[in-house]
Design a protein around this ligand. Structure first.
Ligand code: AMP
Ligand code: ZN
Length: 116
């Protein structure tokens, strides 16, 4: 738990946000500023700054749980046929603004490539 981290507070329910998915290790909630008709953030309950920090800490299995949760949510949202994108912005050039690892699930419209 990072006392200044908004996603830690969402995960431990000290900031109320409706959860679209919950498991012992992972939670997911709607992005407050959605960039697509469906925009969900999937996070580990435990604080890791980014995907590299998690992998280096020996918790690689948690990455699988996060991605499994993302695919489960995509199916629940009816995105399997139309498709979707999973992305985890990392660091300054990656455009990361919240320093608690999160995977964006985006869908519901065609998404451009390459990203800006
Ligand atoms: P990133 O730029 O990849 O770090 O993404 C951070 C995301 O968190 C952005 O899409 C924000 O809209 C989203 N966000 C920030 N604060 C909240 C919040 N309190 N609840 C839900 N989403 C948030
Ligand atoms: Zn955190």
């Amino acid at each position: 738990m990072d006392a200044d981290c908004i996603f830690c507070k969402i995960a431990n329910r000290s900031i109320p946000a409706p959860l679209v998915f919950e498991s012992p290790d992972v939670v997911a909630f709607q992005d407050i500023n959605p960039q697509a008709p469906q925009h969900v953030l999937i996070i580990p309950r435990e604080h890791y700054a980014n995907v590299g920090e998690l992998a280096r800490s020996g918790q690689q299995a948690l990455l699988g749980k996060i991605l499994s949760a993302a695919t489960e949510i995509a199916t629940k949202l009816g995105l399997d046929a139309s498709g979707y994108r999973l992305v985890t912005n990392t660091g300054k050039d990656g455009g990361q603004t919240v320093k608690h690892l999160h995977v964006h699930l985006l869908g519901g419209r065609p998404l451009g490539w390459p990203p800006g």
